[in-house]
Design a protein around this ligand. Structure first.
Ligand code: FCB
Length: 460
């Protein structure tokens, strides 16, 4: 590859010659999630999920958007696999819709399972590694009706689902991730109410988190037993918190922000305990933990998936907590999220320092939303190209600082249903015209494909 320093980060995807990106074993992939792309919510025996209910409730999503049709991937998966193959990526991260594969009474739904079996088989045939998340937020509604993740029983139902689906799909999956972003499931689902099921009590959120993590630990055992050749891990979103305040209370606020976003999940997984300072932040919200739970939750992992998007600036709230204060004049994406690649490097190096048993890391999501338009058949998403270049450089720096990072997945393969923000926010490297379901490779997708072709040619 020609390395031309005069070409800007917006125009080319040309990692420096010594970047980890050039290593053939460094996995580059793209990611999606079931509810965000599949549609077909009532086909072949799929039962309702909490996101069907939530998005159908007026006022919960932007413009009232729902995942009813989404990218119609359930019907278009074969051509979507062709697109993935055209991108030359080494892996595809997808999620399984629990309500599509399991009936109300806990039996396998063979029609729904066949969809994933066919998809995974086709991906494997194209030489892609298959990264499968079991839970990307679409809890069957009937389990929410019994209390959802606030109810301990849901952890056992999740383990049953993991057991069933890993028996059915054993041998077709390279890496299983139990949960996607338990922080968002617990906090946005049961604390802030921004996500399904829309509950708003921090006591629910901390209890939900415990049951999510318990479900994770129980599922790890099932996955290992049923599919011993596959890797098993979990995906956590992490946040960088800094402060513009100068006092000790503001410094503590930034520390608390990261404790609440990162250590709340990583400590139980990697140290078998919750950080006790959390309960001063949320008095009275300490979850009910039974004997043996923390050993189940702390089961060894083959990998840790890290999702990173932005940095948050906070100051002390004058009490035990923090308040977010937006920084002026910083670069932001269509989501309003600050572009801050160094936050990713900083967090990775910090986790490597703070967790002696940190498993190998994969960046399972990173990317940005922009208001992309098709003009004369092209989508010129320069800001995304620059974003990817800078975040991949941050990953490379972390690798050079000694962190064991083995791959990176772009969020997302294609524009999709961005939860409460509906279809307005476009995260894809492939543009989707929702009226026609036409897919158009954005410039970022073409450059990534070109780079991967060059990498394959130089290392062949
Ligand atoms: C993450 C989610 C993913 C997507 C991105 C933008 O929190 O895991 O589904 O919505 O944010």
């Amino acid at each position: 590859m020609v390395l031309d320093a005069s070409v800007t980060l917006e125009e080319s995807f040309s990692p420096p010659a010594d970047s980890v990106l050039w290593r053939p074993e460094f996995l580059l992939g793209a990611a999606t999630a079931a509810y965000q792309i599949e549609g077909a919510i009532a086909e072949d025996g799929r039962i309702p999920s909490i996101w069907d209910t939530f998005s159908a409730t007026p006022g919960k999503t932007l413009a009232g958007d729902t995942g009813d049709i989404a990218c119609d991937h359930y019907h278009r998966w074969q051509s979507d696999v062709e697109l993935l193959a055209d991108l030359n990526v080494g892996a595809y991260r997808l999620s399984i819709s629990w309500p599509r594969v399991m009936t109300r009474d806990g039996q396998p739904n063979q029609k729904g399972i066949a969809f994933y079996r066919n998809l995974l088989t086709a991906l494997r045939a194209k030489g892609l590694k298959t990264w499968v998340t079991l839970y990307h937020w679409d809890l069957p509604q009937h389990l929410e009706d019994k209390g959802g993740w606030v109810d301990r029983d849901t952890a056992y139902r999740f383990a049953e689902y993991a057991d069933m689906i890993s028996r059915e799909l054993a041998g077709l999956v390279d890496a299983w991730a139990t949960l996607n972003e338990p922080w968002c499931s617990a906090m946005h689902g049961y604390g802030t109410g921004h996500h399904a099921p829309g509950k708003t009590d921090v006591v629910f959120a901390t209890q939900a988190m415990h049951h999510l993590l318990l479900g994770h630990g129980l599922a790890v055992a099932q996955l290992r037993a049923n599919d011993p050749a596959a890797q098993v891990g979990i995906v956590a979103n992490v946040g960088r918190g800094t402060t513009t305040g100068s006092g000790a209370a503001d410094q503590r606020a930034a520390w608390l922000f990261e404790l609440q976003h990162n250590n709340w999940i990583l400590d139980p997984l990697l140290k078998k305990s919750y950080p006790s300072a959390l309960w001063a932040l949320w008095p009275g919200a300490e979850p009910m933990v039974l004997d043996g739970d923390m050993d189940i939750i702390g089961a060894p992992l083959d990998f840790l998936g890290i999702n990173y998007y932005f940095r948050t600036n906070v100051v002390s709230d004058g009490k035990n907590g923090y308040t977010e204060v937006d920084l002026e004049g910083v670069e932001r994406t269509q989501m309003g999220w600050e572009v801050h690649p160094d936050g990713l490097r900083h967090l990775l190096v910090g986790f490597h320092r703070d967790y002696p048993n940190l498993p190998p890391i994969y960046i399972t999501e990173n990317g940005m939303a922009s208001d992309d338009k098709v003009v004369d058949g092209e989508v010129d998403d320069r800001s995304r190209i620059s974003f990817l270049n800078r975040h991949l450089a941050a990953v490379d720096q972390a690798v050079k600082a000694g962190v064991d990072i083995r791959g990176y997945f772009i969020w997302s393969l294609m524009d999709n249903f961005e939860w409460a923000f509906g279809y307005e926010r476009r995260f894809g490297i492939i543009h989707v015209d929702y009226a026609t379901q036409q897919r158009t490779l954005k410039r970022s997708a073409k450059l990534v494909a070109q780079f991967l072709a060059q990498r394959a040619a130089t290392t062949a």
